[in-house]
Design a protein around this ligand. Sequence first.
Ligand SMILES: *[C@@H]1O[C@H](CO)[C@@H](O)[C@H](O)[C@H]1NC(C)=O
Ligand SMILES: *[C@@H]1O[C@H](CO)[C@@H](O)[C@H](O)[C@H]1NC(C)=O
Ligand SMILES: *[C@@H]1O[C@H](CO)[C@@H](O)[C@H](O)[C@H]1NC(C)=O
Ligand SMILES: *[C@@H]1O[C@H](CO)[C@@H](O)[C@H](O)[C@H]1NC(C)=O
Ligand SMILES: *[C@@H]1O[C@H](CO)[C@@H](O)[C@H](O)[C@H]1NC(C)=O
Ligand SMILES: *[C@@H]1O[C@H](CO)[C@@H](O)[C@H](O)[C@H]1NC(C)=O
Length: 807
Amino acid sequence: MDFSLSFSLIFFLFATVYSSTPPNTLRGGSSLSVERYSTDVLVSPNGVFVAGFYAVGYNAFVLAVWFAQPSSPSATVVWMANRDQPVNGKGSKLSLQKNGNLVLSDAGRTTLWITGTTSATSVELRLHNTGNLVLTSLESDHILWQSFDSPTDTLLPHQMLTRYTSLSSSRSQTDHSSGFHKLFFDNDNVLKLLYKGPEVSSIYWPDPWLMIWDTGRTTYNSSQIAILDPLGHFISSDNLQFSSADFGLGPQRRLTLDFDGNLRLYSLDEMKGNWTVTWQAMSDPCRVHGLCGPNSICSYGSGTGRGCSCVPGYKMKNSSDWSYGCELDRKQLSENDQRAGFVSVSYLEFYGYEYDVFKNISVESCKEKCLQSPICEGFLLKFEGGVYNCYAKSQLLNGKQSPNLLGTLYVKLNVSQASGGFPSNEPIEQIELNCSGEYSKLLDRVYETKSESKFLTFLAWFACGIGVVEMVCVFSLCYFVFRIPKRAGAAMQGYVLATSTFRQFTYAEIKKATRGFTEEIGRGGNGVVYRGTLPDHRVAAVKRLNGANEGAKTEFLAELSTIGRLNHMNLIETWGYCIEGKHRLLVSEFMERGSLAENLDSNTLGCEKRFNIAVGIAKGLAYLHEECLEWVLHCDVKPHNILLDANYQPKVADFGLSKLVNRAGGGGGSGGGGANSGFSRMRGTRGYMAPEWVFNLPITSKVDVYSYGIVVLEMITGKSPLGAYTAFDGEEEENRSLVSWVKKKMQGAASGASWIEEIMEPIMSGGYDMNKMGTLVRVAMQCVEEDRERRPTMKEVVEMLLCHEHI
Ligand SMILES: *[C@@H]1O[C@H](CO)[C@@H](O)[C@H](O)[C@H]1NC(C)=O
Ligand SMILES: *[C@@H]1O[C@H](CO)[C@@H](O)[C@H](O)[C@H]1NC(C)=O
Ligand SMILES: *[C@@H]1O[C@H](CO)[C@@H](O)[C@H](O)[C@H]1NC(C)=O
Ligand SMILES: *[C@@H]1O[C@H](CO)[C@@H](O)[C@H](O)[C@H]1NC(C)=O
Ligand SMILES: *[C@@H]1O[C@H](CO)[C@@H](O)[C@H](O)[C@H]1NC(C)=O
Ligand SMILES: *[C@@H]1O[C@H](CO)[C@@H](O)[C@H](O)[C@H]1NC(C)=O
């Protein structure tokens, strides 16, 4: 029924638009004319792709390949020959010359683009079912040229990305000319995203502050190829792999480097006639470099969308284009430009461009150092590892603001201005994005063909075009990312979660996959877990949540979408959910080796594995706390919630559930701000819970840090945190908790490493790296400090452990 409907819809559209059945080949000696752009097209035999002249503005056309569906409001272009130099709407044509050269000429005079191919035999240009436009020499069947070798901003299934090709974003949603973001294989064989702006350039994906191997990539394979297969699986020679949320044969897919600098995988929903995002490289749009320009701050909220604002004392350089950033507001400066003071803003991060880093320094001395240096524009002060570090900046770039970032920026300004106009630490005024505006409109471009220099005229409209569409692009991004998931009425159709890697399952599907919930593999506080096999043969763990509140469906879906957007190698990947009647089920990946708890019991883990597991858990939690959009606390970190894959890589499970199950009745609606707002009662497991729960203190991410410390101690000592252990204390033996037992042992040994041997589980004795284990214990002990302020953040834990590892 569904199928026949979509089929007849497509058929109908084709029947009307292409009633004259256009050819799918162009023979040598013939041409396509821009004046007949609606009929002079090549269509692939399966009807999916169309090639021909595509209007990118008034009287401006490009030679392009696009999807026939959906055709409105504008088609989805996958390839362009002359994106930066459109041709005139009169007299331009694409000719396939008899000698095998394919020529795009503008208004009958200048040649804008050629393939430069020659062939002794007859040639033809054909649009293949894959979307590849191919020029072949007929007799030898030799491919002379193909569009797959020169991608624009999109990679189609079967199309290979190589060392010779790259994707370049469009300038904006409606301006198809080359933008500033690029996907390419770097010299170290790693696939990266680069911002190459008018003045600066920087890599922003994978995370530039991480070592390549920590991002799961490798530099060793120099073949530099990547491909998206028809099932929706992307694989690259640098080890990057991901799958579409709707993995499997079926929908049309494309991998596009969008104008906002994010790389997204889309699937076509033929019923609705639009594209849904089934994977994306970054969930936080502020991690893309260059979006807000220099001297500005990017911030992101799920309600308000992405916003840019200037740092204090600066003003927007070009009021219609944020990529120009902000400049010093000279009007407010003294005549001699003397800048002798500072204004501070909190909760910030500015990435890169520091000319010096001063460790363990006070605010006052850092101010002094900045004032002395003429190149200093300000500095970022961060509390790291118990001391304040100062990052002195020569440029203020890649700024972002978020409540969980710990840096404070001090902008170098005129003193009187600092004390007058900008009270310290007040939130800066945000320039709100207006999402209600029209979000997509065509550019009006004037394109003269008179006798003046073509190049100059081209430059002229190109320049106008860029600015005009910029606001449009910001609006549409805003619309695209934030409007759609908010539509509550559409919740049941499943596309609410379009931007996440989720899909909705029916109860019947899940019942079948789990063979009627027969194979139980685990049981926890909030539900029973069953093993199941999905229709695409993936083995899944299905958790049936009990006690989920039947009423709050919208909130359940909203929370799910948070979980769905999390994507990290040390977090269990959630594939989907089911919400039907009273049923609430979560479908996630299945882990071969079960939980850390089981593995500790059976003593299968050596010392090296335990260290790696501790690092992995820390990375997963650090991502939860600091990287993702909504700040997610786990609140129940324990060995039972840490699962191991075939290679003993740990993956944290059950995160976010603290919000899904038994939500605080009614009150926890729309993003109530503080980290502790959603918790009405204690959560967690005895033995692993931080003291804050008991003393009714505010709950922050440090509760997970505490639990993490306990888990690590348990991994090292093999002792449960619930037991009591004897330690020799002066004269008498005393029963102690695990933490104070370890502390006693550490203090007991004057120096050297003998205490490590004493506390370590006997099974691991011998063959371990004493220093590594020592570091691990010391870090764990910091994590279990009673005072939460003295515990490090998870990110600092990762740094401390890795620092040690790579020395
Ligand atoms: C490099 O990557 C390619 C493509 O993924 C793969 O076929 C090849 O086996 C890899 N080479 C090595 C040495 O791993
Ligand atoms: C897809 O199209 C449907 C119906 O035309 C519309 O309701 C929905 O909002 C669209 N979804 C997206 C992601 O644009
Ligand atoms: C700061 O600027 C004001 C004018 O806005 C000027 O009167 C004052 O002298 C300046 N102060 C310094 C220290 O330059
Ligand atoms: C930081 O500096 C202070 C005094 O300059 C010193 O006492 C302290 O040990 C230093 N801390 C670290 C971690 O180096
Ligand atoms: C947003 O834009 C629309 C039209 O573009 C306008 O009518 C509306 O007043 C604007 N809203 C705000 C808050 O500026
Ligand atoms: C600002 O953008 C407009 C187009 O919106 C452009 O014409 C102008 O040159 C830009 N101004 C500067 C100073 O770059």
